[in-house]
Design a protein around this ligand. Structure first.
Ligand code: AMP
Length: 259
């Protein structure tokens, strides 16, 4: 089960790649920015406090973010696999994350950094702001978020490089190409039988319709295998993660193409 962190500047594609990787490897995608925006939208106390920092492009204080993410990662049945996006973002957070990982024997397999030049980052963020209306995607806040990234988050590259788990990926070009570069690196690290894996994740939520279920998961896996053409299945994992809104099921299928 993959445990990976995406560590890159705003606009480098963490959210997009994080969702794609989570689907491929069959693990949840946890984005602190999304979790914080949910709190803001729900008007919670945490959301109100976080908003003042987010609007300025500053980091939300460590304590708030650590409590938030800790509630998702740990708890009675800790997540064994995940793609983390946007946490840790400061050395303090990174040290805390390493400590929990050690205690639970679940440190990161890989930290993926996506390299994208600053002009391209600003261009992408302004475009996203126009399309999604994200209030922190305006030029003044964008510049500040890039400064904050350089000052507080960039030092984490060395932190993980010195631990031998940093994977540096060119984050430019078509989204699919970036995903392929990341997958090639992750599959090597995880020692998966190449030529590849497909993974699917569904939430089986007894309280809500249309959330997917195990038969739905199997149908999606079967369809993906059918789309691949003749393959030999070399491994299979099925995992269940309980969450507040019902269990998640994920399945990964390892395959080699048979000719
Ligand atoms: P993102 O969606 O990852 O760009 O995050 C949006 C905003 O949420 C950031 O500009 C920060 O204000 C806040 N944020 C997200 N993750 C963290 C974190 N790990 N530590 C502190 N602030 C964070």
């Amino acid at each position: 089960m993959l445990r990976a962190l995406l560590l890159a500047a705003p606009g480098a594609g963490k959210g997009t790649q994080g969702q794609r990787l989570a689907e491929i490897y069959g693990v949840p995608h946890l984005a602190t920015g999304d979790l914080l925006r949910q709190h803001v939208a729900n008007g919670t106390e945490l959301g109100l406090e976080a908003k003042t920092y987010m609007d300025r492009g500053e980091l939300v204080p460590d304590k708030l973010v650590i409590d938030l993410i800790l509630a998702r990662l740990t708890g009675e049945e800790p997540l064994r696999g995940f793609v983390l996006d946007g946490f840790p973002r400061s050395l303090n957070q990174a040290r805390d994350a390493l400590e929990w990982g050690r205690v639970r024997r679940s440190t990161f397999h890989a930290v993926i950094s996506l390299a994208v030049g600053e002009d391209e980052l600003v261009r992408r963020l302004l475009e996203r702001g126009r399309q999604s209306g994200r209030t922190d995607d305006n030029e003044v806040t964008i510049r500040n978020r890039l400064r904050v990234y350089d000052g507080s988050t960039r030092p984490l590259l060395d932190f993980y490089r010195s631990r031998g788990i940093l994977v540096e990926i060119d984050g430019t070009g078509p989204v699919e190409d970036v995903t392929s570069r990341i997958r090639a690196a992750l599959d090597r690290i995880l020692g998966l039988p190449y030529e590849g894996t497909i993974g699917h994740l569904v939430q089986a939520n007894p309280r809500g319709p249309g959330q997917g279920d195990v038969p739905g998961l199997l149908r999606r896996v079967a369809q993906s295998l059918a789309d691949l053409g003749p393959v030999e299945v070399t491994g299979l994992t099925l995992d269940r993660e309980p969450t507040e809104t019902g269990p998640w099921y994920s399945m990964s299928v390892y395959f080699r193409r048979s000719v």
